[in-house]
Design a binder for this molecule. Structure first.
Ligand code: FES
Length: 579
């Protein structure tokens, strides 16, 4: 069992895997590329403006600490790219993933002439190649380099944008932000390439004069023929060395694949009875994809979405322990205490294993059908409310089935009305229990306040229902409500035609447990402390209790409201927005 550090710092480090390191390094490089592109865009003003901004860029990016961070990020990002090339067994997720790897591997080849001519030349020979010298070299002296330079720009930008897209697409704000991100992704390179073109034309015109050449093409700035020979040798050595490294990695990959094929195999038994023989070392998700077995994997195997989760039904003690990252993700969705729940994209069994995927593979199909990101799987902060009707079992025993269904339906209607009137969404109905979600269209504070007000509205509606059915009921309908909030995954879950939008994750489980607790605490509503605090209620508004939650090691602070109706006095400013 992998134990996680529960301190904030420990949780932070536990959440970091190879993908996260690669992402941070990529973001540093993307920041550099963006600032460089913005610099190019100043060519739309003048070459002098480009040089003025370049002076600021050099002061920042060539300072020692930033140089170390930048080149460190570059080396780590490249090394992890090679690791990906070596290790990745399946490239079937989407065309964008192998494309991104291919673009990333081609960047050093496309950029080496530029990096050597400008950066290495400055460090080794003290050349001072600013925009006039560089644009002259690419557009006048070696015109073919202009095309190569443009290709490098486009490839770098596309690679960075794909990486940022994979990073942000599961974030709650992505849908709102996507038009702006798209505008940024299009405008920055467009302005940069047009700026370069304008700058290059100014340089081409100016360079017809002898004075310009005498001023800008001096030996001190551009170096000698001998310097250039050395730089050319560096470029060619790098290209050959880099190609050799790629070839070596591919050879290592082939050797690994062959040895896997010759090596021992293990058996994967899927829930439906399907059995595969796969080489040791393959992850469960890779085995599914390799054998065309649909398996949901919204994040593409990056240990982020948890939609590839499986329940192992064979002996769990023989499985390798989860990595820190896997344990972190499982803990986030409330599955860390159950050793049978694992991430298929991270689990590489060494022995035979039987398991059941927990999410329908149609999750992926629904993405293609609906094209709605939220419905495929998205992390977001939501409030979940569980409402349960008390005594419905007894009701069913003492009444005709028709009566029972009628009363339960009226109860569900009363609850749903209360939820909707406060801006929430009745989401799941399980018998006489209801899960409602708040915060799909509001910020967390408003969502928490909406949920609290909804609890009061439910009480009012149920009171009215009790009056309406007074002659029919031996005792009034009672209920329990549990409300909690936190980061959950929302998306479509189900099978074939029975797919519905819902929320998954630890906060949802906790909400259900809080509802159970209303009986033990003799109250109508139990709110988590987090919800209470996020709603911004005064400390004295509700009594605090420390409770143990089933399936959790630590105790939890909650607030209890004996009467749900009384909560109305606490909330009077809720903005009702239809979810
Ligand atoms: S595929 Fe997303 S966590 Fe495994």
């Amino acid at each position: 069992m992998t134990t996680l550090d529960t301190t904030p710092a420990g949780r932070f480090w536990d959440g970091i895997g190879i993908r996260q390191v690669q992402l941070v390094c990529g973001l540093i490089l993307f920041a550099y590329v963006t600032s460089h592109f913005i610099n190019h865009a100043f060519g739309n003003i003048s070459v002098q403006a480009m040089d003025d901004v370049l002076a600021l860029q050099i002061a920042f990016w060539r300072s020692w600490p930033i140089t170390i961070v930048l080149y460190g990020a570059l080396l780590v990002h490249m090394a992890l790219g090679f690791w990906s090339l070596y290790r990745r067994r399946e490239f079937r997720w989407k065309i964008s993933e192998p494309l991104q790897l291919l673009l990333g591997l081609s960047i050093p080849l496309l950029l080496i002439f530029h990096v050597t001519g400008v950066r290495i030349a400055a460090s080794v020979f003290g050349h001072e190649k600013l925009y006039p010298q560089t644009l002259y070299a690419y557009w006048v002296y070696w015109p073919r380099l202009a095309a190569l330079h443009y290709a490098a720009l486009i490839v770098c930008w596309a690679h960075g944008c794909i990486g940022v897209y994979f990073w942000l697409r599961l974030k709650p704000f992505f849908q709102t932000a996507s038009p702006y991100l798209l505008a940024f992704a299009v405008l920055v390179p467009a302005l940069a390439t047009i700026g370069l073109y304008h700058g290059a034309h100014d340089v081409m015109e100016a360079s017809t004069s002898a004075e310009w050449l005498a001023q800008y093409r001096t030996v001190a700035k551009t170096g000698t023929r001998a310097d250039q020979d050395v730089l050319d040798r560096i470029v060619f050595s790098f290209i050959w060395g880099y190609l050799a490294l790629i070839a070596l990695t591919l050879v290592a990959r082939v050797i690994r694949v062959l040895s896997e094929r010759r090596g021992s195999t293990i058996k994967f038994v899927y829930g439906g009875g399907k059995t595969l023989r796969v080489p040791k070392g393959l992850s469960v998700l890779e085995a599914s994809l390799r054998n065309d077995i649909p398996h949901s994997s919204v994040c593409g195997g990056r240990a982020r979405c948890s939609t590839c989760r499986i329940r192992v039904v064979s002996d769990c003690s023989r499985l390798p322990a989860p990595s820190k990252r896997e344990a972190f993700v499982l803990e986030r969705v409330g599955s860390s205490s159950d050793p049978a729940i694992r991430l298929a994209c991270q689990l590489c069994p060494e022995t035979d294993i039987s398991f059941v995927p927990l999410f329908p593979a149609t999750l992926k199909t629904s993405l293609l059908n609906t094209g709605q990101q939220t419905r495929v799987g998205q992390e977001r902060y939501l409030v979940n409310m569980f409402v349960d009707m008390r005594g419905s079992t007894k009701l069913a025993e003492t009444r005709l089935p028709f009566d029972t269904v009628f009363i339960v339906n009226r109860f569900v209607g009363a609850v749903s009305q209360g939820v909707i009137s406060c801006g929430g969404m009745p989401n799941q109905f399980v018998g006489d229990g209801i899960l409602a979600l708040f915060g799909l269209a509001t910020d967390p504070r408003v969502a928490c306040r909406q949920a609290i007000k909804a609890a009061a509205m439910i009480a009012i509606n149920v009171d009215e229902l009790n009056q309406f059915l007074a002659h029919d009921l031996r005792e009034p309908i009672r209920f329990g409500i549990g409300i909690h909030c936190g980061e959950v995954i929302v998306g479509d879950v189900g099978y074939r035609d029975h797919i519905s939008f819902t929320a998954l994750g630890d906060p949802v489980n906790v909400g259900a447990r809080l509802q159970d607790m209303t009986k033990a605490l003799s109250c109508e509503v139990v709110l988590s402390e987090e919800l209470f605090k996020t709603a911004g209620l005064p400390e004295s508004a509700l009594p605090q209790e420390q409770v143990s939650i089933r399936g959790r090691n630590e105790t939890m602070l909650v607030r209890k409201a004996v009467s749900a109706r009384a909560l109305l006095d606490l909330i009077d400013d809720v903005t009702v927005i239809a979810a």
